[in-house]
Design a protein around this ligand. Structure first.
Ligand code: NAP
Length: 330
């Protein structure tokens, strides 16, 4: 079977290769074997290949924080999934054609869910959900500001906030995105820049912003923080700039702001397996019914095309995610 391996850390399109590896074999008791139907290339996977991600396993290593699969066989004692079920995997190393894993890391998703959307269910939807719920108790009418608003996470934040009556101020890198984001329910959009706080104040008519969501880091964190109201929270959950977040001392002291960090792994850790499955079942259904916006997909590649796919995934101004379908077209 085919699997992506990196033999060293470096530019993803140079270090990743499609290798022939032994089959995973039959499931033992309490295990599940599934065929990987699709996986996305997320910013964290790009960092993983570069060696700048928080996890840096010994090499060779297989990237891939998420995927969707179809259960091929289950071992003795497995009851929550069966052959043919559509599943996501809570473990990594998913850039491959087939996985054999412990049954408790496999989560069933709604059977009628679109395979492409299911491939992107594990990380970004719960991230958006928990960013909006774990730090500030938001009430209808409250404002949230976020950068990378056109990202997959950003679009989900817009959808989830709108469903709760929470208003979103959306910071992007180009004005051409405004109409599309407003179509998803964005209340206001601005282009990032030095005078961000003044332009944001004009958009909210001075109403305080209670939560800032930052996935750019560097000076972008300071610009976003300057828009958040006194006593508010800035949550850093990514670094598209590759830098660490910068925040002014005045924002922390006079402004009383709190800077917090988020990773999905830490956010899910205190939740029980039943709670985690319930979160995915609910988010999967919301995407299936259209209550939450589907994530746009720009292109789907074959697993042998991994280098081209990785180059494409690192382009700015993409119109959607890059997916790979390791077992044929989806
Ligand atoms: N902490 C966690 O657990 C967690 C979980 C999920 C995601 N994340 C983070 O969330 C962020 C978004 O992920 P995603 O999968 O939703 O992304 P995505 O759909 O792949 O979109 C990438 C976004 O990043 C923007 N971008 C790229 N380079 C940038 C730069 N140098 N400065 C500012 N913006 C830049 C792009 O804007 P353009 O269209 O203008 O190029 C686009 O909006 C990433 O940082 C990711 O690591 C974190």
């Amino acid at each position: 079977m085919k699997q992506i391996l990196i033999d060293r850390y470096g530019p993803p399109e140079e270090v990743a290769r499609c290798a022939e590896v032994p089959d995973v074999g039959a499931p033992a008791a309490g295990e599940v074997v599934f065929d990987v139907l699709a996986f996305p290339i997320n910013p964290a996977d790009v960092s993983f290949c570069r060696g700048t991600y928080r996890l840096r396993p010994p090499l060779p290593a297989t990237p891939g924080a998420e995927c969707v699969g179809r259960v091929a066989t289950v071992g003795a004692g497995v009851s929550h999934v069966k052959t043919g079920d559509l599943v996501i995997n809570l473990q990594r190393e998913n850039w491959t054609q087939k996985r054999r894993v412990k049954a408790d890391v496999v989560v069933p998703v709604p059977p009628r869910m679109d395979v492409r959307q299911a491939a992107m269910l594990r990380i970004n939807p719960p991230t958006a959900l928990l960013l909006l719920s774990d730090f500030v108790e938001l009430k209808p009418g409250d404002w949230v500001i976020q950068n990378v608003a056109n990202s997959a996470v950003g679009r989900l934040v817009i959808g989830l906030a709108r469903a709760r009556g929470v208003k979103t101020l959306n910071v992007v890198r180009r004005e051409a995105l405004f109409a599309e984001l407003k179509g998803l329910g964005a209340d206001a959009c601005v282009v990032d820049g030095d005078d961000l706080a003044e332009r944001v104040k004009a958009q909210t008519a001075g109403a305080p912003i209670r939560l800032g969501l930052d996935a750019v880091s560097g000076r972008a964190t300071a610009r976003l923080s300057a828009c958040v109201g006194e006593g508010g929270v800035v949550c850093n959950y990514g670094s598209m700039s590759g830098e660490d977040p910068v925040m002014s001392r005045g924002a922390l002291t006079s402004g009383g702001l709190t800077l917090v960090g988020f990773t999905l792994m830490r956010a899910l850790a205190p939740r029980s397996p039943e709670q985690v499955r319930a979160i995915y079942a609910d988010l999967g259904n919301q995407i299936l019914t259209g209550a939450l916006p589907a994530a746009p997909v720009e292109k789907v590649y074959a697993i042998e095309e991994i280098k081209t796919a990785l180059t494409h995934a690192q382009r700015g101004e993409r119109g959607g995610k890059i997916l790979v379908a390791p077992n044929g077209a989806i």
